[in-house]
Design a protein around this ligand. Sequence first.
Ligand code: T3D
Length: 259
Amino acid sequence: MEASILSEINNNVGYIKLNRPNVLNSFNKEMALKFQAILDDFESNSTVRSILITGNGRAFSAGQDLAEVTDPKGPELTSIVKDHYNPIIMRIRTIEKPILAAVNGVAAGAGANIALACDIVVATESSSFIQAFSKIGLIPDSGGTYTLPRLIGLQKATALMFLGDKIPASQAEQMGMIYKVVGDEQLLEVCKNMAETLAKMPTYGIGLTKRALNLSLSNTLKEQLEVEEDLQTKAGQSHDYNEGVSAFLEKRKANFLGK
Ligand code: T3D
């Protein structure tokens, strides 16, 4: 049987491919736990300096595998949220490496909110985003009620979550839900280039930037200025800062090491 999720490391990029195309890469327990394990591996592996997540086939992910939830031997709903999705979202947000979602088709339910938890979301023209939960009597999980209003504002997030509208990628880009839309054929090339570019950048500083942005979501201005002071001090003591300034002054290409 083919693995439900594939991973590889190439040119300092950790690639993750959701791989249950027959059920639109919907998540079952095995796949969710494996996703967590791969993220842990990529977090601790210092050769991985950026991470790219995509789906196989015509979907990014249709969220929870709804056949699993009706299986008497399947996991309980509470456990699905607590043990499958919450740990995935926490990892995506706290791994201090840039994480890209290359959305290759529909992203629905938890599939949409996993994509939106990523640092940068690029989608194909034919992709779409659906807060599908309301249609089956659930509330948006996988951090959706936290992330989406912060991305597009409370009014639009509320409407999308109540109505479960299918939002085409171009509209998602216009409303600030995602970073960029590209042609269907260009997605992997564009995202691979972006992930490789990021992997060559001062990724220690980028990781600290991610930490600062996470903290900004609940901090006051005064608290956030203190965060910037602290993290700028750390960044200023890094190899990459020294190298960046030296390379600029010496008019040469910098060799950043991510530390
Ligand atoms: O207990 C809990 O559930 C807690 C956790 C919640 C987290 C969640 O993610 S809740 C939300 C779950 N997801 C959904 O409700 C989305 C369900 N899927 C759809 O609405 C549609 O499939 C799409 C709009 C995403 C795509 O529509 P379309 O017409 O392009 O494709 P399709 O024909 O509906 O699906 C293709 C196949 O994938 C089909 O199988 P078949 O008929 O070819 O054998 C379909 O059953 C299967 N599939 C699609 N989504 C799921 C799925 N199978 C299992 N689970 C799915 N989520």
